[in-house]
Design a protein around this ligand. Structure first.
Ligand code: NAP
Length: 260
């Protein structure tokens, strides 16, 4: 494929990003500065650039500022850079793609993990009106720190209490890397989880993690992490190219084919 001088371009920056199926770029600050010069409309950022980018852009949108991470860069008409975070949008959209009438309001959400991805999930669930987030993390201090930052609806729970944290939960989300290919399965018994609870895993390689397989077998509705990955890209694409792309079965299949 060849690009004319006027074609709008966008990219992705991260390292290692073999799982992102996109070419790597080094030197974040220099690369970001080069975006307008090279005619880029923007780019996506992934690990480890999401936090460092906070200080490298001219503006942050409100969500990126609250999450404390940038996953989407939009180049303005004047060449200045705006940092946005669409991970939470993508997460909620993936749940609604699975259950059109999904709402965060009916019951507590149990979130496993307190890293960068968990921050985006917490902000999104709070904005959706979740009544309580039970935040379980192997390192308890990290969950406690997020509870202090995000307020009283966040209840930090010790790792030893993770099974009891599933009582009456309406939503279970794995935001850890456990279950990813090459990693151990998430160490969590689902016995106490209501069968109607929606179970979501941010890990998308494999598409069906051990957690999702167990949940599906016991009758829980499940949502894999690929939906979030695809939906988080939509607002950025719309800002860059003026077109809101649809997440279709064909797009899912095409992305899955690159992961095989
Ligand atoms: P991160 O900031 O490094 O956080 C990792 C989390 O996993 C921490 O809570 C960590 O707990 C926990 N963890 C690691 N090893 C563990 C173990 N052996 N047992 C229990 N917990 C463990 O990573 P992140 O940026 O939040 O990303 C987390 C996952 O989400 C990754 O797999 C990433 O690919 C995925 N993700 C997917 C999407 C998507 O679009 N689907 C978007 C963003 C992220 P400690 O605090 O105790 O270390």
């Amino acid at each position: 494929m060849s690009l004319s001088g006027n074609a709008r371009k966008a990219g992705v920056m991260g390292w290692p990003i073999g799982h992102s199926r996109s070419p790597a770029l080094h030197g974040l600050a220099a690369a970001l500065r080069a975006l307008p010069i090279l005619g880029f409309a923007g780019c996506n950022l992934t690990i480890p650039h999401k936090e460092p980018a906070l200080t490298l852009v001219a503006r942050l949108d409100e969500i990126a500022a609250r999450v404390g991470a940038v996953n989407t860069i939009v180049v303005g008409a004047d060449g200045s850079l705006e940092g946005r975070n669409t991970d939470g949008y993508g997460f909620i959209a993936s749940l609604r793609a699975a259950q059109a009438d999904w709402s965060a309001r009916p019951g507590p959400a149990t979130v496993i993990g307190a890293g960068g991805a968990a921050r985006a999930i917490i902000v999104a669930l709070l904005d959706e009106g979740v009544p309580e987030i039970r935040l379980v993390n192997r390192t308890g201090e990290r969950a406690a720190a997020l509870a202090a930052e995000f307020g009283p609806l966040i209840r930090p729970i010790a790792w030893t209490g993770r099974c009891a944290a599933l009582d009456e939960a309406a939503l279970l989300v794995n935001t850890t890397s456990q279950g990813m290919g090459g990693e151990a399965a998430l160490d969590l018994e689902l016995d106490r989880l209501p069968q109607r609870a929606l179970v979501s895993d941010l890990v998308y390689s494999p598409l069906e993690t051990p957690l999702l397989a167990t949940a599906r077998r016991r009758g829980n509705p499940v949502v894999d992490g690929l939906g979030m990955l695809l939906h988080q890209a939509r607002p950025g694409f719309a800002a860059w190219f003026g077109v809101v792309p649809a997440v279709t079965p064909e797009l899912r299949a095409a992305v899955l084919a690159t992961m095989a």
